[in-house]
Design a protein around this ligand. Sequence first.
Ligand code: SF4
Ligand code: SF4
Length: 127
Amino acid sequence: MAVRITDECISCDACLSECPVEAIVDNDTNPTEEDYYYVKPESCVECVGHADAPRCAEACPTEGAIVWDMPYTVEFNSYYLDGHENGKYKIRINKKKEVIMTPDQKEMPFKEDISMNLRESGANIAV
Ligand code: SF4
Ligand code: SF4
């Protein structure tokens, strides 16, 4: 990750088609089984290399529905693994390797200009 979709999401569908890496799924296919949209943290690239700001957040009409999360890097491996185990995330399992695709398997790009304070506090993405 990453960015995260919260329970403020109204399932309006504006974000889904905006994602350049197909990291967003709708409420019907949210793997955490919550009734709102979901960003796959193991797929989100924070739009690095695609746009100056997260495209999903630019499209979202709902304050607080898409927020910053921690970088999907080895430093935050335990954070994402714990989240996977407690149901906050549902990280993809590579069936061939039989591993959960946590950051120690594959790190993802992240916006280095976003402070850890904003990320830790789950701040709304201002675009
Ligand atoms: S920040 Fe970009 S890559 Fe990540 S979910 Fe949003 S649109 Fe997709
Ligand atoms: S654009 Fe915002 S409110 Fe609409 S589905 Fe996406 S996260 Fe939810």
